[in-house]
Design a protein around this ligand. Structure first.
Ligand SMILES: Nc1ncnc2c1ncn2[C@@H]1O[C@H](COP(=O)(O)OP(=O)(O)OP(=O)(O)O)[C@@H](O)[C@H]1O
Length: 598
């Protein structure tokens, strides 16, 4: 048989060379009907969806032709049934998956037209008068919406693509994985797959480019996600026809009023919100210039300024270009290296004071409230800080390591968080929340999101528009693309103005710590050899306060003179102030009054 086929192919080639079209030559021994029938049947199966209207018309014709001779009287039953069915579908079609009204009306029209024709043909005969022509015309007219329907066409395309999955799976290195179900949705389609024994979701993620190529999608159209039941041997394949993030998404306004709630940064591709909890966490935002980092910071600022239990400090060494518009809501804004250095030193003082207070009161963590707010320090372009104020590195380190429990938190944005840019030490490794906008190089993924993230499928280098980001946090451990909301300049100005009047102030403990830190800067050195009467700290305190100059003595000196803790000093100062024996001259500076000896 095969030598005969080869002979036929040679013959056909020869005929083509001679300008003749080849023909299939069949002799008595060939199984001609099989060959043609298989080809036709395969074609009909492949195009079964497109062939549905003529197939339905043919079925109606055959049914009418067979019923007319013996059951002519059935015509009215068919008419009543079709009319009832059409009404039911028009009214309740949603329950059988016809979600759009247009789809329900179309289905009702088809049932009515088919039932009407069938009733007429049963009563009068399928070939009666213009009935055959009418059937053909109805098929043509009502077939058009069917053939044109977007979701049907998409479903057919998906079915055809997925029917080849067993071969695709073998070719891309996921042999044995099986399709379980597929659904066409507004953006494209999603399908659930079972993995073969030993295969993991990570294997599927690593094959994404190969899957895209095999399915013939555009680059970046395929996502691999865990299924809802989180089974290790399943995955969901999401294929986008339309990018739901193609256009900028306007900010809908703040999603929180307290830092105890999760902030909505923007939607994921399935339209669910990318929410992140910042309470007692540090955040790192990375991405190349123009990738939307500042836009991301604006979303955070829009939400943080709406929180009654957050005091915002900010460092923006690009002369306040990015954060200046929020200045009315920012408690302290540093725009020079010196200001940044002082700000971070004061933040450490707040941290220490809060930690002492927690320890003294037997508490573990600082609970933010309007009276005891969290202190969030937003640093735009962290790399510049490390370069221009290198002496602050130990302060950022301290905050990164010890700030969580006392709700003194860092949010740092940078283009490339290299070890050099992040300063030495712990800062990068202490970042609990990582937001990566587009990065230039693949290796930058690991820099921003953490070691091993690139190979785990966090492909931030493929993000293809500003504002798109990947979010990594304890509650976000799967790479899903999101797009940050966009705040226009007017929205920023309006929001800042709206929130400016409701900003909380630092609590007394933190304020005092800052005052002391600032006073300490200008404090005279402790008198060497000054008596330190640790046997009677109250007497030592009053002695120093009595000898204080008019501008007062800094609390730091009082601590040194008495050997007592800061809370102890403040408690005594309050008592003595209430008794009229001491007064606070300025921030962190005290002296005795004239009647202290009375
Ligand atoms: N979420 C977003 N949606 C749509 N477009 C955005 C979004 N964020 C930013 N863009 C667009 O991208 C441009 C650059 O964004 P942005 O200034 O935030 O980037 P950047 O990473 O902060 O850059 P740089 O480091 O230079 O400041 C913006 O002018 C804006 O048009």
């Amino acid at each position: 048989m095969s030598s005969r086929n080869a002979q036929m192919r040679r013959h056909a080639r020869k005929m083509r060379r001679n300008g003749l079209q080849p023909m299939v030559v069949i002799d008595a021994n060939d199984r001609f009907p099989d060959l043609v029938a298989v080809v036709i049947a395969r074609g009909m199966w492949r195009y079964r969806s497109e062939l549905t209207p003529p197939a339905l018309a043919l079925t109606l014709f055959l049914v009418a032709a067979s019923l007319h001779p013996s059951h002519t009287a059935w015509w009215w039953g068919v008419l009543v049934a079709a009319t009832t069915a059409a009404w039911l579908v028009a009214l309740f079609g949603g329950r059988i998956g016809l979600s759009l009204r247009a789809e329900r009306y179309y289905a009702a029209a088809v049932i009515l037209a088919a039932g009407g024709w069938l009733a007429s043909a049963i009563g009068l005969g399928a070939l009666y008068g213009p009935l055959p022509q009418l059937l053909a015309a109805e098929t043509g007219v009502l077939g058009v919406p069917w053939w044109a329907h977007r979701r049907r066409r998409a479903r057919v395309r998906v079915e055809r693509q997925l029917s080849a999955w067993p071969e695709i799976a073998k070719d891309i290195g996921l042999p044995g994985s099986r399709l379980q179900s597929a659904v066409v949705d507004v953006w494209g389609w999603r399908a659930r797959f079972a993995l073969a024994r030993g295969q993991t979701i990570q294997d599927a993620i690593a094959k994404i480019p190969a899957i895209e190529s095999a399915l013939g999608t555009f680059r970046g159209a395929v996502r691999v996600l865990p299924t809802r039941d989180d089974k290790a041997n399943r995955f969901e394949l999401r294929v986008l026809d339309i990018d739901p993030h193609a256009d900028a998404i306007p900010w809908p306004g703040p999603s929180v009023t307290t830092i105890n709630e999760s902030i909505d940064l923007g939607p994921f591709e399935d339209a669910t919100a990318a929410r992140i909890l910042l309470l007692r966490r540090h955040g790192l935002i990375g991405g190349v210039a123009g990738s939307g980092k500042s836009g991301g910071i604006n979303v955070l600022m829009g939400n943080l300024t709406a929180c009654q239990d957050v005091v915002i400090w900010a460092i923006d060494l690009k002369r306040g270009m990015e954060l200046q518009p929020w200045a009315s809501c920012i408690d302290r804004l540093a725009t020079t290296p010196e200001q940044a250095r002082v700000l971070l030193r004061d933040a450490v003082a707040v941290l220490e004071a809060r930690a002492s207070w927690l320890a003294a009161n037997g508490r573990r963590v600082w609970e933010p409230s309007p009276n005891t707010p969290a202190l969030v320090i937003v640093i735009d372009e962290f790399a510049e800080l490390a370069e221009d104020a290198p002496e602050s590195a130990s302060d950022t380190d301290s905050i990164a390591r010890r700030g969580r429990a006392v709700a003194v938190q860092l949010i740092a944005a940078t283009q490339r968080p290299t070890q050099k840019a992040m300063g030495r030490g712990a800062v990068r490794s202490q970042m609990d929340v990582r937001v990566s906008f587009r990065v230039r190089e693949r290796k930058d993924v690991d820099l921003i999101l953490g070691q091993g993230m690139l190979s785990a499928g966090w492909h931030a280098h493929t993000l293809n528009a500003p504002g798109k980001f990947l979010l990594s946090a304890p509650e976000h451990d799967v790479p899903r693309r999101a797009r940050a909301y966009l705040l226009t300049d007017e929205t920023v100005a309006r929001t800042a103005e709206h929130h400016a009047d409701d900003r909380p102030a630092l609590d007394t403990i933190s304020r005092t710590a800052v005052e002391e830190a600032q006073a300490g800067l200008t404090a005279p050195p402790a008198p060497s050899g000054a008596p330190r009467d640790t046997a009677d700290p109250d007497a030592a305190l009053m002695a120093v306060l009595s000898g204080a100059p008019d501008e007062g003595t800094p609390v730091q000196i009082l601590i040194q003179a008495t050997g007592m803790s800061r809370p102890w000093i403040y408690q005594r100062l309050r008592q003595q102030a209430e008794a009229g024996h001491v007064i606070q001259v300025s921030r962190g500076r005290w002296r005795a009054t004239d009647n202290h000896t009375q």
